[in-house]
Design a protein around this ligand. Sequence first.
Ligand code: NAP
Length: 487
Amino acid sequence: MSIFDSIRFVRNNETIYKILINGQWLEASETFEIKSPADGSIVARVQKASQKEAELAVQAAYDARTKIANLDASERAKILDKAGDLLEQNKNEFIDIIMKESGKTFKQAQGEVQASIDRLHYAADESKEIRGEIIKGDVASDKKSIGMAIKQSIGVLLAITPFNYPLFTGIAKIAPGIAAGNSIIVKPASDDPICLLMFGKIMQEAGTPDGVINVITGSSSEIGDYLCSHPKINMISFTGSSVAGKHIASIAGMKKLHLELGGKAPAIVLEDCDFNLAVKEVVTGCLKYSGQRCDAISRVLVVESIADKFVNAVLEEVKNWKFGDPRNPDTMVGPLINERAAKKVEDLVNDAISKGAKLLYGGKRYALGYYEPTVLDYVNRDMRIAWEETFGPVVTIMRVKDLEEAIKIANESEYGLDACIFTKDIDKAFDAAQRIEAGSVHINAHPTHGLGIFPFGGDESSGLGREGIKYSIEDMTKIHTIVLHTH
Ligand code: NAP
């Protein structure tokens, strides 16, 4: 017996998951299959919601918005803490499904589930810290007035999530959304939506009132525009590609937008770096979860004076990253989410090679989404891989004259999410960190964002707004002003 038995059933030997609308687990008229990136087998089927179900979910969230807004902060905190406890109790099922539907290794899936549990508890604590302020009317016309700026919930939040952290990204929106007193419609990525359906059940069991959490699966081409342009939705928190984010911004209308989009993180490696640390961090930043991370290092800008030595050391390090089936406990680089993703990486690598880049390692695509860890040297500005998001296991080396050239190339990108710099000279590091145009700059480590204690987000094509436990809660509230005029 599992608590998830009530959200799924078996038909013709296939497990089928339902969707959550207004506290009920429902079927739509069609379903679609979820395939394992590891071996192509069918993991399960999920509902293909149409605009009819999308409308029901919006209406449910709209009707429930006052139920959650009117709960005390301590009651909202209790729901989030209980959800964290329930996730902990059921973590093995979550790890198992994330491995199956996303093709993650055990360690990667375990890390994602643990971060999700921790984030729920942090958000519970933070929900009790939502404060406004009292403002004295301090100019002649307002002298006798006192204003109260109160934080209120936004109302109905649409949370759209990508495939690469299928559980954590959802929880990074649901937890602050509930802490801030909003009702939510969750639309998970169609590649791996099952873990968020299961989390819908966790939220229900944790005591969320009916209609406050709705989770619907379905194709973005059918329900995406309908949801994003719906007048009853007050805010969209979207994590995904820049192309989709920009499209959503163009059709959303009068809604608050939080957009966490693509990245092209540079790693600047200077001659005075801690050499061994830089090699390890750069390779980890490029290859972790097969490079399928918005914060992945995807341009290594190494100064010419140490480039030969650095590239040789990188090559030796990359050989330690075992490539293969993610179910094998030794595997460190598993498959990409699907064949389309691997073909895109292949195109970028082939384009670079055709324009003069040197392939030093890997470069081969296999069946499904398997793409070998790859090292490309002598990448230059004319190559697509210097500018387009790779989202694959490629170490892309660009040799630069000095720090100034590195910063210039770093800032030429349309993206501005993450960057990192390796040097032992702290003055140089701070100076560069302030001039690099990115939401976060990491000194002497690859970009990584943990639980969300630090604000995280990007500029330009990388998005709008900052995520993080406290920052997301702030973003998901609005200021309501009451002014007392004394006479
Ligand atoms: P994606 O193709 O843009 O899809 C993301 C989500 O948006 C999915 O749920 C997708 O639904 C939905 N979607 C797509 N078009 C839509 C539309 N017109 N209206 C409404 N929803 C729409 O991205 P992905 O391939 O899943 O994820 C990888 C991307 O996410 C990369 O670019 C990565 O950098 C970015 N990312 C950014 C961050 C960050 O914090 N900045 C974190 C993680 C990932 P369907 O699956 O049904 O199409």
